[in-house]
Write a protein that binds this ligand. Sequence first.
Ligand SMILES: CC(C)(COP(=O)(O)OP(=O)(O)OC[C@H]1O[C@@H](n2cnc3c(N)ncnc32)[C@H](O)[C@@H]1OP(=O)(O)O)[C@@H](O)C(=O)NCCC(=O)NCCS
Length: 167
Amino acid sequence: MLMTARLALREMRDDDLDDLAGLLGDAAVMRYYPRPKTRAETLQWIRVNQARYRADGHGLWAMHLRDGGAFAGDCGLTIQRVDGVDELELGYHVPPGLQGAGLATEAAIACREHARTALGAARVIAIIHPDNLASQRVALKTGLELEKRTYGYGPGEQEVLIYAAAL
Ligand SMILES: CC(C)(COP(=O)(O)OP(=O)(O)OC[C@H]1O[C@@H](n2cnc3c(N)ncnc32)[C@H](O)[C@@H]1OP(=O)(O)O)[C@@H](O)C(=O)NCCC(=O)NCCS
């Protein structure tokens, strides 16, 4: 469990399916992904993250507002292979109704610090669609800088930006 001023982050559970399916099934939230996830794909996604907790000790975590407990999206650390190297990636998704309040940045900073202190990581990255300006702002506010462009990550040989920070 990770705590910030406004957020509690914890491992995803099967009973998060309604909240996560609403988030990851939202066309606006998934605008920079190939398509929104179906409910079945979201359950699979929960299972992928649960396998990451067991294998790696981390993954994407579900987040809730500490005040009132509303579902506030996900944020966390996953291992992604970029240009032949395993990297620790910061990821984040916030429901449309809660965007613009600094929550993704607050969560991402907590995850960056967890990577540095608890995991002993030397570096974190974010893999971001070039048109996803909100995500790039979050990366910058979290202390990451644009490092390079690369291709072939994910479906369709999509060009992506790699933001990175040394820890
Ligand atoms: C990216 C995302 C998580 C940001 O969540 P958030 O809680 O609103 O983030 P924050 O409030 O911490 O910061 C957002 C920043 O982006 C800026 N922003 C938002 N929309 C923007 C846009 N269309 N163009 C430029 N900047 C934008 C905000 O102004 C803010 O920057 P500021 O503090 O300098 O004003 C949220 O937009 C989201 O869930 N998007 C869909 C999922 C996604 O793309 N995830 C990242 C995958 S790499």
